[in-house]
Design a protein around this ligand. Structure first.
Ligand code: SAM
Ligand code: F3S
Length: 466
């Protein structure tokens, strides 16, 4: 039978695109495979936001070369931001790739899958060929592998592209300017995801809170209210918000919708106004702090997470100290910390760079401050019972379950005896016993009857985050 393997690098937008590809493939009669060596089509959905994402994608492609050499009938496909950026030269660099699809060509990829489908009839006998066995297992290189079981968590794209042109960022160059989807499309897709078993719906966009309904001009707070009202919706969340568009109305709305998971990702990037200006971030640090204060008035217990860049061109020791000070003051529940990576064609690429050793030293110092804050937040969970959505078996110890709390903290607990509870009852209640920087360990609180959200049986996600 025709089957497709999809490997995804990068952000939530790519994950949403991979879900779209999986749905189109399933509609054309493909089985979703978790093993590239057993697939008729192998799709690599790429990212180019930092240099290491590019290197990982090309590394992965050279790995897939053995597969293609062993069986030329396999279709090897590249899509996503790197495909868009390198579209003219990619087939020169990796000539064994069959097709390259840019970020706006997902529908064409879906059409190609439908076209290829009949050519894979009767291909089954080949699946165990020795040549395919040459391919090594994935080994955790991708950020996500889409399989038939990823539907517990649905990603619904509300907006494509970004018009803000931060001076470090490649996204507007490879995904274009804002393109907001009509409300009807968003609601239709969310309803379909709920019907397919999704327990957690994430509305995604690069700057999701800049959303404007094309016909009515309704804003993101209005959109959240409408989606939260959908019948059967369990939990709702959204990624990524921009501080500039974080309004008092949105803060008020977050505080009134019980369906929302209590977490807000609000990338600040730097604690220095001088750096923020050069980044073209469109806010000052004082404004960021004022907005968080309003947010806290309505959402006192929510987790606030962020993104930070160190070593941005021209960042001085004093600028960096201001970032450290901000993190001590705000104590983020989680921070994604990056060393600035020059991106081709962006303004900051042409500016004088901070030496690599200075930037990596700053990253270490920043991580110390952020980790100390995270540990304090996790320590406060010891002795409490948290609600968490199952992710799958723990990677380190598959006899245990990995789950994410509604405020996005990883918890690991021994798998309870009996039937596969993770599939029928994806929400767990976990009593937290020990805390760490990465998350918590605990035990399942009570018996299976105390699990919530058991209405619908769905398959467990194969991907585990630990
Ligand atoms: N739209 C989001 C926002 O408003 O900040 C960010 C999207 S970007 C794909 C995710 C994160 O990657 C950014 O928040 C930033 O911290 C980081 N990032 C983007 N470009 C980068 C670069 N050139 N070097 C290092 N980190 C970068
Ligand atoms: Fe990139 Fe800035 Fe938009 S980080 S995605 S240009 S808000």
């Amino acid at each position: 039978m025709a089957s497709i393997y999809i490997e995804t690098f990068g952000c939530q937008m790519n994950e949403a695109d991979s879900r779209y590809i999986a749905d189109r493939a399933a509609a054309s009669g493909y089985e979703i495979s978790a093993d590239p060596a057993a697939a008729s089509v192998v799709v690599l959905n790429t990212c180019t936001v930092r240099d290491n994402a590019e290197r990982r994608a090309y590394g992965r492609l050279s790995h897939f070369k053995a597969l293609k050499k062993a069986d030329p009938s396999i279709k090897l496909v590249v899509c996503g931001c790197l495909a868009e950026q390198d579209r003219d030269r990619m087939q020169k660099i990796v000539p064994y790739v069959d097709r390259v699809f840019g970020t706006s060509e997902l529908a064409r990829l879906g059409d190609a899958l439908a076209e290829w489908r009949p050519t894979f009839e009767g291909d089954d006998a080949d699946e165990t060929s020795e040549a395919r066995a040459l391919l090594k297992p994935i080994g955790g290189t991708a950020d996500c592998v889409t399989d038939a079981f990823t539907h517990l968590r649905a990603f619904v794209t509300v907006q494509r592209g970004c018009s803000y042109y931060c001076t470090f960022c490649i996204v507007p160059h490879v995904r274009g300017r804002f393109d907001h989807r009509p409300l009807g499309d968003i609601l239709g897709e969310t309803r379909a995801a709920i019907a397919a078993g999704a327990r957690e719906v994430t509305l995604v966009g690069q700057t999701v809170n800049a959303y404007r309904e094309p016909a009515t001009g309704a804003d993101f707070a209005d959109l959240l209210e409408t989606v939260a009202g959908l019948e059967g919706l369990d939990r709702l969340t959204f990624l990524t918000s921009h501080p500039k568009d974080f309004t008092a109305k949105l803060a008020r709305t977050l505080g009134t919708l019980p369906q929302l998971e209590p977490r807000l990702h609000l990338p600040v990037q730097s604690g220095s106004n001088r750096v923020l200006r050069r980044m073209n971030r469109k806010y000052a640090i004082e404004t960021y702090l004022e907005k968080i204060a309003v947010f806290r008035e309505h959402c006192a217990d929510w987790a606030l997470t962020t993104d930070l860049i160190v070593g941005f061109p021209g960042e001085t020791e004093d600028d960096f100290e201001q970032t450290l000070e901000l993190c001590r003051r705000v104590r983020f529940a989680q921070a994604f910390m990056f060393v600035y990576s020059p991106r081709r064609g962006t303004p900051a690429e042409r500016w004088e760079q901070v030496p690599a050793e200075v930037a990596s030293d700053r990253l270490r110092r920043l991580a110390d401050v952020v980790n100390a804050g995270m540990r304090t937040i996790h320590d406060a969970k010891i002795g409490t019972v948290v609600r968490a959505l199952v992710q799958g078996p723990s990677r380190k110890d598959p006899s245990k379950l990995a789950a994410k709390t509604t405020d996005n903290v990883t918890v690991i607990a021994p798998r309870p005896p009996g039937p596969d509870l993770s599939s029928a009852r994806p929400w767990l209640e976990v009593r937290v016993e020990t805390a760490h920087v990465w998350g918590c360990h605990g035990t399942i609180a009570g018996d299976a009857e105390r699990y919530v959200g058991a209405a619908q049986a769905v398959a467990p996600p194969v991907l585990s985050l630990i």
